[in-house]
Design a protein around this ligand. Sequence first.
Ligand SMILES: [Zn+2]
Ligand SMILES: [Zn+2]
Length: 344
Amino acid sequence: MKALIYYGNKNIKLENSWQDPKLNDEFDSIIKINYTSICATDIEEWQFGPNYIQQNDLPIVHGHEITGEVIEIGKNVKNLNIGDTVAVNNVIHCKKCFWCLNGQGGACVGMKVAGFALDGGLSEYMRWPSTHLIKISDGIPKKYGALIEPSTVATHAIRKSGVKPGDNVAVVGCGTVGLLTVQVLKAAGAIVTAIDIRKESLDLAKSFGADFVYDSRKNDFIEYLLSITSGIGHDIVFETAGAHVAPKIAIDITRRGGKTILVGIYSKELSMNFNDIVFFEKEVIGTVGSSPGDMEATVMLLNQGKIDPSSLVSETIKLDNVIKGGYEKMNSSSKSIFRILVSP
Ligand SMILES: [Zn+2]
Ligand SMILES: [Zn+2]
């Protein structure tokens, strides 16, 4: 089959005769890939990786935001039928380590992630444990399945934040994950302020239900945020941009005693005055990937129409064009791209 192979730092190649995947055991399924979307993390990995979740199992098939159709199932698979459209829950937790046993799957030391430590979905076919394939309702457009993984990153961060209905919540950075965070926060009953410097992103945030949108470059930025929160500031702030200035903005606009949730992944080491956290008793929490149950909840939100990823698909390309039309394009300075979907 055709597959985009990650060999290491700055080294990816489209292979035309990579070995087709096979069932490893009676609980596996094979899916025919419908769409895999390219994420900024793939670009980070390609340019600066391998990262923390790589675990040196190279080479591997890249791509972790995956949807496909079940074409083969092992004889002990109970939850799927041939022909089902599924989202791939790309994170496999070990379920044995200290963290898994303490309900902190996101910090699992034995975590294996598709596209990083195990073969991913920028290919024609993929093998995956059936327990980690989640059926999407038949009426949902097939492309939306590729946006389930970034939506799950939002769901995981929001669940971890402990957000409550009526909380004043801000989202710093309205790229794909930020805009999905806005949608999931609205489903959770929060009052949402979306912050970015791009008008297109702020317009989309508004269309996804953000109660307030604001350009962080405006001189009265802080005064504005205080004015919409009765002078208190935001209870919880999600940083989803991964930009170098973003964590400081997120911590600065978190109210005294509030929480900053870091969702972005940073390509260099940043510094800050930690007294800005200490003196105001702020909590800063890191989140990555997902915990067991997060993706099932996200598919439910999609099936119920609470998440609408349609405007986040910038374009769809063929696997043959994945390097030039996908990776190189995403790596260029153009910022008007949300997700590029790759169909084999
Ligand atoms: Zn991703
Ligand atoms: Zn574990």
